[in-house]
Design a binder for this molecule. Structure first.
Ligand SMILES: [Mn+2]
Length: 390
C-alpha cells in the first residue's frame, strides 16, 4: 500500500503545535541536540519480509485484511512504513519465501520507495517441495554429508540472490539440535556445522558479513547446535573476520543478561547484528519494547558505550533488524510500534551522561550510577524521535 505524501503532511501539520511545545520542553536540557537528532535520523531498522503478513501460533492463524502476497507488495508495505517513520529504510529478505525473481525490477521498485536491502536469510528449518533430502534431523550439522551439502548449496544460492539486489550480509539461523539425550554427538554436530559454515564462508563476497544466529531452545528441547552466544562466537572466531554473532532478543533462556552479552561481543569485535522483538517467556516474538522496555534501554546503553569505544558508526556498523511475528495486531501498525520503541530506547541511551557514569563507577557510587541511567530512561524522548522522523 502506498499513501499520498500530502495526506501524511496534512496529518503531521495538525499535530505540529503540540509537537513543538513538547519538543522545546525536552530539548532545552539536551547538550549537542543537533548531533543527537542527526544520529536519530540516520538510525534505520530493517523490516523482515516475513513479518508483513499475519503470523500464527502452532494452534492457528487468523489472517487479516490487505496482507501482501508478493515481494513487490511487501516492498510497498515497507515503503509505507518508511514514508511514515523515516526509520525503516531497508528490507531483510527471506529465501525461499521471497525470491527476487526479477532482481532489476525489484531493485528499481525499492529505490523508488527509498528502501535498501539488508541481510538475506536462508531457510533450512523446513523442507521445500521437490527437495531431495529432508531437514528433519538438521541441516548444516547433519550426520549425512549429502544433507549438509544441500544446505550449503541453498545458502550459496541465497548469497547470490542477495548479491543481485545489493545485500551485504547473510544471516544463518539453524533449527539444528536434538530433543533427546543421546540423539547427537555434540562435538560432531558442532564440527559438521563448522565445516558447512566454512564452505558457505568461502562463497561470501569480500564486502559481506556472515551473521551466525543462536537460539537456546525450540524447535528442539534438549540441545541446540548453536544454542548460545558462546557457541556462536566460537564459530564466528573460527570462520574468520567476516563472521559475526547475531543476537536475537528472544533467543535466550529466561532472565539472561543480554546487555552484558552484547557488551562483551562488541568488546571482541564480534557483534554483527540484532533481531529486535520482546518476550515474557521465550521466543514470543512480540512487539519490541512492549514487555521489557527498561531492558531494551539497558541493551542500547551498552551498545552505544561499546560502539563509541571502538569508533563504530551507530547507523551502519551493525545490522539492525526486527524479527517479530504478528498474530493479533495489524503487522504494519505493530511494526511502527516496534520501530518507535527501538528508537525511543536508542534516544534514551544517547541521553546517558557517560562521563558522569564512568566517574560514579570508578567511585563505586551505585546510587549515582542508577540515578544516571534512570534519569535518561525516564525522560520522555518521543518528541525527539518524532522531530528526527521528518
Ligand atoms: Mn531471529
Amino acid at each position: 500500500m502506498i499513501l499520498d505524501k500530502k495526506i501524511i503532511d496534512q496529518h503531521n501539520n495538525q499535530l505540529l503545535d503540540k509537537h513543538r511545545r513538547a519538543f522545546d520542553y525536552v530539548s532545552a536540557d539536551i547538550p549537542q541536540l543537533d548531533e543527537m537528532l542527526n544520529k536519530l535520523q540516520k538510525f534505520q531498522i530493517a523490516i523482515p519480509s516475513w513479518a508483513l503478513g499475519t503470523g500464527g501460533t502452532r494452534f492457528g492463524r487468523f489472517s487479516g485484511a490487505g496482507e501482501p502476497g508478493t515481494l513487490e507488495q511487501k516492498l510497498e508495505d515497507v515503503g509505507l512504513l518508511h514514508a511514515l517513520n523515516k526509520s525503516s529504510g531497508a528490507i531483510s529478505m527471506h529465501i525461499p519465501w521471497d525470491i527476487p525473481s526479477d532482481a532489476v525490477k525489484i531493485k528499481a521498485l525499492a529505490s523508488s520507495l527509498e528502501i535498501g536491502f539488508d541481510a538475506v536469510n536462508s531457510n533450512t528449518f523446513q523442507d521445500q517441495s521437490g527437495q531431495e533430502h529432508s531437514y528433519k534431523f538438521g541441516s548444516l550439522h547433519h550426520v549425512d554429508p549429502s544433507v549438509r551439502q544441500q544446505a550449503v548449496d541453498h545458502n550459496i544460492e541465497v548469497i547470490n540472490y542477495g548479491k543481485a539486489v545489493g545485500s551485504k550480509a547473510l544471516t544463518v539461523w539453524l533449527a539444528d539440535g536434538s530433543s533427546f539425550p543421546g540423539q547427537l554427538n555434540f562435538r560432531e554436530a558442532f564440527q559438521n556445522t563448522l565445516s558447512s559454515l566454512q564452505e558457505i564462508y568461502k562463497h561470501l563476497p569480500e564486502d559481506w558479513k556472515l551473521f551466525v544466529e543462536y537460539k537456546a531452545f525450540e524447535p528442539h528441547f534438549y540441545s541446540m547446535t548453536i544454542g548460545d552466544w558462546g557457541q556462536s562466537l566460537l564459530l564466528a572466531n573460527k570462520l574468520g573476520p567476516k563472521a559475526y554473532t547475531l543476537v536475537d532478543l528472544g533467543h535466550h533462556l529466561p532472565n539472561a543478561n543480554i546487555e552484558q552479552i552484547v557488551s562483551l561481543l562488541l568488546m571482541e569485535g564480534k557483534l554483527g547484528g540484532f533481531h529486535f522483538n520482546d518476550s515474557k517467556y521465550a521466543d514470543d516474538d512480540l512487539t519490541a519494547g512492549s514487555i521489557k522496555p527498561y531492558q531494551l534501554f539497558l541493551i542500547f546503553n551498552e551498545l552505544i558505550d561499546g560502539m563509541d569505544v571502538k569508533g563504530i558508526d551507530h547507523a551502519s556498523g551493525l545490522g539492525w533488524m526486527i524479527d517479530a511475528s504478528h498474530n493479533l495486531k495489524d503487522p504494519l501498525v505493530d511494526l511502527l510500534q516496534s520501530v518507535e520503541a527501538i528508537k525511543i530506547a536508542y534516544a534514551q541511551a544517547l541521553l546517558v551522561d557517560r562521563k558522569a557514569l564512568k566517574q560514579a563507577q570508578q567511585a563505586n557510587d551505585i546510587v549515582k550510577a542508577q540515578e544516571i541511567l534512570q534519569d535518561a530512561f525516564r525522560t520522555d524522548v518521543r518528541p525527539l524521535v518524532a522531530e528526527a522522523s521528518t
